[in-house]
Ligand binder design. Structure first.
Ligand SMILES: [Zn+2]
Length: 100
């Protein structure tokens, strides 16, 4: 999952999105660099999949969009959004391919 590096714009600023080995994140699920830093990167733990991956992508995107919000707000928001999208059937392309 997230095989390739990609770039995404949040509120007019661009982040690089990469998946990294778990140890690089101290076994956290992801991290988002400060919107004011140059070469901003969002790192996602490459061991994640399924709804956990979706949750983490939304979580880090929320940090990128709303840097002043802390995890107390971001964590349950991302979780609820991921659950809704997952229940509605949203899946990464690779998982659709596997289902065939
Ligand atoms: Zn967070």
């Amino acid at each position: 999952m997230l095989e390739k590096t990609s770039y995404h714009t949040f509120r007019g600023k661009r982040w690089r999105l990469v998946s990294v080995p778990s140890r690089r994140l101290d076994h956290d699920r992801g991290e988002c660099e400060n919107p004011t830093s140059s070469g901003k990167t969002i790192r996602i733990n490459r061991e994640l999949s399924g709804e956990g991956m979706l949750d983490t992508l939304i979580h880090e995107a929320l940090h990128a969009c709303l840097w002043d919000l802390d995890d107390e707000a971001v964590e349950p928001t991302a979780k609820d959004m991921a659950r809704m999208l997952w229940r509605l059937g949203y899946r990464p392309k690779e998982e659709h391919d596997v289902e065939r």
